[in-house]
Design a binder for this molecule. Structure first.
Ligand SMILES: *Cc1c(COP(=O)(O)O)cnc(C)c1O
Length: 387
């Protein structure tokens, strides 16, 4: 092999990258663990749970759950029953809440896998109650009350009705009352305080139970928002929780991809679909094995009129030029020594120099979207753990 150990990208230091890997997502579990510990420390006595929905924001459900468990995390929030079942399989002792709530007719599934539905309507409460009565067991569940996001959650009128019906809580074990903030990423939004007050008002009508309001952004809103359990997701994975502010979390992901070929392109020629990038001086273009089917956003095609996405070969910046296609992107390597920009070499696409947030700012989206798209086709390497 032409690659010497020294030439291999940092992406390969946490595991073996097979020679057929075309793009590699390196997931730093030590950084993930440090992020969890930081959030846990920042929230005092509150318990720090882990939100691992959508395949742990695209980074691997089982692996992330395992790493968080090793760090001390005991409570997980997933979106779907299937995610809950997968976690139960590998974390028999974990407390698992399913944010989707109670799917009609799926009660056995929750009970069988010891999953806790996050009940989000009076109908769901009624179904869970009758199921528990039938079984003769007070099974655990959370209540999701809506304090202003108007998405999931029991509307306030229904919370009042529920609170007035104390018998409602005889049949099941109410282990958590939670709500979700609409604007936690914006510390200046008055909506945060309005939701927090409403949360307190509505909670007072319900039986005593643990309370949870804060997602990642909510953690940074201060102790009043922490209650008994905080539910960070994006901050665990190194993404920015607060808009327009420095991100204190450690970067968790690095994406590198292989150069498939390098070509000389003479002036007057164009590169890629739509011929949107025209060469004006002799250029060397590297075609890299990472496209929008790998999660690299097509909106990052260059040039867009704005400064565009840039990869790195070692310390050399390589701008993305031409349109990003399904499987490929093209970068300008004219200024990179040819022995570095060569077939089989690696380009760093996401790392310390270009973060997920940098790319999504350019593309007009959020880190959540990019992370959950990455990693379906790319080869994942987990680093930062002892095996
Ligand atoms: C996704 C989600 C979270 C985590 O949000 P982040 O912004 O990623 O921290 C917390 N609570 C609920 C209800 C969610 O849907």
């Amino acid at each position: 092999m032409a690659d010497t150990a020294q030439e291999r990208p940092a992406a390969t230091d946490g595991g073996t990258v097979p020679s057929d890997a075309r793009a590699v997502l390196r997931i730093d579990l030590a950084a993930l663990g440090a992020n969890w510990a930081r959030l846990d420390a920042a929230t005092g006595d509150a318990e720090c749970a882990g939100v691992i929905k959508a395949d742990a924001y695209g980074l691997g459900l089982e692996e992330i759950a395992h790493a968080l468990t090793c760090q001390g995390c005991r409570t997980f929030f997933v979106a779907t029953l299937d995610e809950g079942r997968r976690i139960r399989h590998v974390q028999p002792g974990a407390t698992i809440y399913v944010l989707d709530g109670l799917l009609p007719g799926a009660e056995d599934y929750y009970a069988g896998f010891d999953l806790r539905p996050v009940l989000s309507s009076l109908d769901e409460v009624a179904d869970w109650r009758s199921y528990c009565r039938r079984l003769g067991r007070r099974l655990p569940a959370a209540l999701h009350i809506d304090t202003g996001i108007n998405r999931l959650g029991i509307p306030d009128g229904d919370v009042r009705a529920l609170g007035a019906d104390r018998a409602a809580f005889n049949d099941f074990d109410l282990t958590l009352i939670m709500s979700h903030l609409a604007c936690a990423d914006d510390q200046a939004s008055p909506k945060n305080e309005a939701q927090r007050r409403k949360f307190d008002t509505l909670r007072a009508m319900l039986p005593k139970a643990k309370a949870s309001l804060a997602n990642s952004g909510g953690v940074f809103l201060g102790p009043k928002y922490h209650y008994d359990i905080v539910r960070p997701g994006i901050a665990l994975y190194g993404g920015r929780a607060l808009t327009g502010q420095p991100n204190p979390m450690q970067q968790v992901v690095q994406l590198t991809a292989r150069i498939l070929q390098v070509r000389e392109v003479p002036p007057g020629e164009t590169v890629g679909y739509g011929a949107i990038w025209r060469v004006d001086a002799p250029a060397r273009i590297a075609t890299v094995a990472c496209g929008y089917a790998d999660g690299f956003l097509r909106a990052l095609s260059g040039p867009t009129g704005q400064p565009g996405a840039v990869g790195y070969i070692r310390e050399h910046p390589v701008p993305v030029v031409g349109r990003v296609s399904m499987d490929l992107l093209t970068v300008d390597v004219t200024n990179v020594p040819p022995d570095l920009a060569r077939r089989g070499g690696w380009v760093e696409i996401i790392g310390d120099r270009v973060t997920v947030d940098d790319l999504t700012d350019m593309a007009g989206t959020i880190g959540y979207e990019l992370l959950t798209r990455l990693g379906r086709r790319v080869h994942r390497v987990y680093a930062g753990v002892e095996r």
